[in-house]
Write a protein that binds this ligand. Structure first.
Ligand SMILES: [Zn+2]
Length: 309
C-alpha cells in the first residue's frame, strides 16, 4: 500500500522508530508483518535480585490506543490497520478482543504481539466494529474494557473535495489500471491518508493477486525494478506526467525505454514489498514526473474510467 517511494521510506523509518526494531533504513526493510513478528519473551517470574517475588496479580490494563498505520486518524482505525495498545501488564496478553456493541455477538478477537509489558501492537481484524477493546492474558486475566475505539468501515469512501483534481480521462488514451474485480479500500487507501506523519501519495486498489494490471496511460517505461518497500514496480512516463504501479506479483516483462499503450497489460496485482494484502498501489505524478514533480490524487481519474468494480 503506500505512497511515493521517498515517503514510504520515511514511513518505514518512522515505523522502525516506533517499534524500536532494527530496520535497515533505505533498503532491506522488512515488511511490517515481519518487523512486528519479533516477540519479546515474557518477563521472568522470579527476580534474581532478591526482592520479593511479585505475584502475577497485575491484570492487563489498557490506558491508551493509537492507530499506527492505515488509519483514517490516530484515534480511528479500519480493518487491517495496525494499532498500538499502551498500558500495563501486557507482556502476557495473548489476544485482544474488539468488543463492539454490548454483548458478545459482534466480538472479534485477534492474536496479540506484546512488545513489552507496556505496549503491544495488533491488526484490526475483519469484522471488528467500533467499541471497547480488552486484552486477554488468560482465563482470569482480562483487562477492563478500554475507552471505545472508532472503527471505520472499509467501504466508507472519504474523498477530500479540496484535493487537487486529476487530469480528465476524456482523451480516450486512458484505461482503468486493474482489469478485474476491485475495490477502493477504506480511508487509509486514499491519496493523502496519514502514514505515520507522512502522506499516502497514491490510491490503493484492492484486487486478487494475479489480476491483470494494465497501463492507465500510454508512455515509455522509465522504471521496472524491485525495491524493498515498493516491491516489484513500474513507472511509465507519459506526455501528461508519470504513472506508477507498485507491489506487482513479479517483475514486469517490460523493458525500460519500451513504449506502452493505455490498456496494455504490464503486470499482475501482487503483494510484494511493504504491502499487506493483494492490491495495486497506483500513483500519478505531474511533470517532470515520478518523485520529481508533484503527486496527484488519482481518484477522480480512476473513477472516471471505472466501468464496474
Ligand atoms: Zn498504497
Amino acid at each position: 500500500m503506500l505512497v511515493t517511494l521517498a515517503h514510504d521510506v520515511r514511513a518505514g523509518r518512522r515505523l522502525a522508530v516506533v517499534f524500536s526494531v532494527a530496520i535497515g533504513l533505505a533498503f532491506g526493510v522488512p515488511t511490517e508483518a515481519s518487523a512486528l513478528g519479533a516477540r519479546q519473551a515474557p518477563p521472568p517470574s522470579a527476580d534474581p535480585g532478591g526482592t520479593p517475588a511479585e505475584t502475577p496479580s497485575s491484570l492487563p490494563t489498557i490506558r491508551r490506543i493509537r492507530c499506527l498505520r492505515d488509519c483514517p486518524s490516530p484515534s480511528a482505525a479500519q480493518a487491517g490497520a495496525k494499532i498500538r495498545v499502551v498500558g500495563s501488564g501486557l507482556a502476557a496478553v495473548r489476544k485482544v478482543v474488539f468488543q463492539g456493541a454490548p454483548g458478545t455477538a459482534d466480538d472479534v478477537s485477534t492474536r496479540a504481539r506484546p512488545r513489552s509489558d507496556r505496549s503491544l501492537v495488533v491488526a484490526v481484524p475483519d469484522g471488528a466494529v467500533s467499541g471497547s477493546l480488552s486484552a486477554v492474558a488468560g482465563r482470569a486475566a482480562r483487562s477492563r474494557p478500554s475507552r471505545p475505539l472508532t472503527i471505520v468501515s472499509d467501504n466508507s469512501a472519504e474523498v477530500d473535495p479540496a484535493a487537487p483534481r486529476a487530469p480528465s480521462a476524456s482523451s480516450g488514451a486512458s484505461a482503468f489500471p486493474v482489469a478485474g474485480a476491485h475495490t477502493y479500500g477504506g480511508a487509509g487507501a486514499r491519496f493523502g491518508a496519514d502514514r505515520g506523519g507522512r502522506s499516502h501519495q497514491g490510491q490503493d486498489l484492492m484486487a486478487a493477486c494475479g489480476t491483470p494490471v494494465v497501463a492507465a496511460r500510454s508512455g515509455v517505461v522509465r522504471i521496472n525494478r524491485f525495491q524493498s518497500l515498493a516491491g516489484n514496480y513500474v513507472v511509465i512516463d507519459g506526455t501528461d506526467g508519470d504513472s506508477a504501479y507498485l507491489h506487482l506479483t513479479s517483475p514486469s516483462p517490460l523493458t525500460v525505454g519500451q513504449t506502452v499503450t493505455a490498456g496494455q497489460q504490464i503486470a499482475t496485482v501482487g503483494n510484494t514489498g511493504n504491502s499487506r494484502g493483494c492490491h495495486l498501489h497506483f500513483e500519478m505524478w505531474a511533470e517532470p514526473g515520478y518523485q520529481r514533480g508533484a503527486p496527484i490524487d488519482p481518484l477522480s481519474f480512476l473513477k472516471a474510467l471505472d466501468s464496474g468494480g
